[in-house]
Design a protein around this ligand. Structure first.
Ligand code: AMP
Ligand code: MG
Length: 337
């Protein structure tokens, strides 16, 4: 299949919406990462998303809406706290899990009786949902297991020839995926995946915000999960990634004494001095690190890196999401330096 490369202007969004209405898959920009967009209520269209990504069938897709009227048509039992969160964080990088209605097919929800809903903040995504006139299922647009795409070029690399079109809406501004939450009781939410909306931000609306232990720790064999995505290897470039916790001096001496062929360091802006291996940087604060992380991991592959030592960010604020992606990219290989 030839993959059309489209802009985000009105005429091209019309074309992209027509593909979606016809049951095809389109690369869609959002503020978090690029997604693979299909009509969430059309099982054949959603099957094409799973095929393009090579995604396990039990890992559900998030459904994207453009206005609040769409919400009660897709889900039931919406707690008042959800409306308060939506008022503050939608459109934006927050996904809320609800009991689903029958119009969401089992393939979309990975066989669960729940579904994650989000209203994205990117104007092209909102316009595409409105023009298509359907809720849009959209997982991250990477091949399953690889770092998520944050530019149209990343999507072209992963999806060219597999989907109908890719809409170029520029570089993603958030750069990590949405925060996924479930509701525990009327005042408590649980973070199942950290993302663009932080625990601190959620606490301005919800009384209690629980961080699921699987966010920071490797699952033990037989342990059950609250979110299927927690089971799978994620965000990994071809290079072998090791996450190093500790100060910069300790990082340099460890890396310099463990440098092999094609070893790289991924460090923060302003660092790099004192290293005997080539260094790439990924931002000076947690927001920039989130925005640049996936592009940096992809770039290391382009440069032919075999081993990459990465400076660990503080796991607070949006840094929790960056840290969560990095421990998974590293297959939980975390060292103290
Ligand atoms: P992605 O589509 O790549 O952004 O990943 C979506 C994430 O949300 C995965 O980790 C899923 O397991 C999680 N997710 C989606 N729907 C649900 C749901 N109904 N219950 C729990 N987790 C979900
Ligand atoms: Mg993903």
């Amino acid at each position: 299949m030839e993959t059309l490369q489209l802009s985000a202007d009105a005429a091209d969004l019309d074309k992209a919406a027509a593909w979606i209405k016809n049951g095809e898959v389109v690369g869609m920009p959002t503020e978090t990462v690029y997604g693979l967009a299909a009509d969430a209520c059309n099982p054949e269209a959603v099957a094409k998303v799973f095929a393009a990504k090579g995604r396990p069938a039990d890992n559900p897709l998030i459904v994207h809406i453009a206005d609040m009227d769409m919400l009660p048509e897709l889900v039931c039992e919406i707690p008042p706290l959800a409306y308060r969160l939506a008022e503050t964080f939608w459109p934006g990088p927050l996904t809320m899990i609800f009991k689903k209605q029958d119009c969401i097919p089992a393939i979309t929800s990975g066989g669960l009786n729940t579904v994650g809903i989000r209203m994205p903040a990117h104007p092209a995504a909102l316009e595409l949902i409105r023009l298509a006139g359907v809720p849009i299922a959209a997982p991250s647009g990477n091949v399953s297991g690889y770092p998520s795409p944050t530019t149209a070029a990343h999507m072209v690399r992963d999806m060219s020839g597999k989907i109908a079109a890719i809409v170029d809406g520029g570089d993603c501004t958030v750069g990590v995926e949405s925060t996924v939450i479930s509701f525990e009781d009327e005042n408590t939410v649980r973070i199942l995946r950290p993302g663009g909306v932080t625990q601190e931000q959620l606490l301005t609306i919800a009384e209690h915000v629980v961080i699921d232990p699987a966010i920071l720790h490797e699952l033990q064999e037989g342990q059950s999960v609250r979110s299927p995505g927690m089971k799978y290897q994620h965000y990994s470039p071809a290079a072998h990634v090791v996450l190093a916790e500790g100060d910069y001096a300790g990082f340099c001496s460890y890396v310099n004494s463990h440098a092999g062929n094609n070893t790289y360091a991924l460090v923060f802006d302003g660092e790099g001095e004192g290293l005997s291996v080539p260094a790439m940087t990924f931002g000076k604060d947690d927001r920039q690190q989130a925005q640049q992380l996936f592009a940096a991991l992809r770039e290391l592959d382009e440069r032919g890196a075999c081993n990459v030592f990465v400076r660990a960010p503080e796991p607070s604020g949006i840094g929790l999401a960056v840290y969560n992606r990095l421990i998974r990219a590293a297959g939980f290989e975390v060292i103290q330096v």
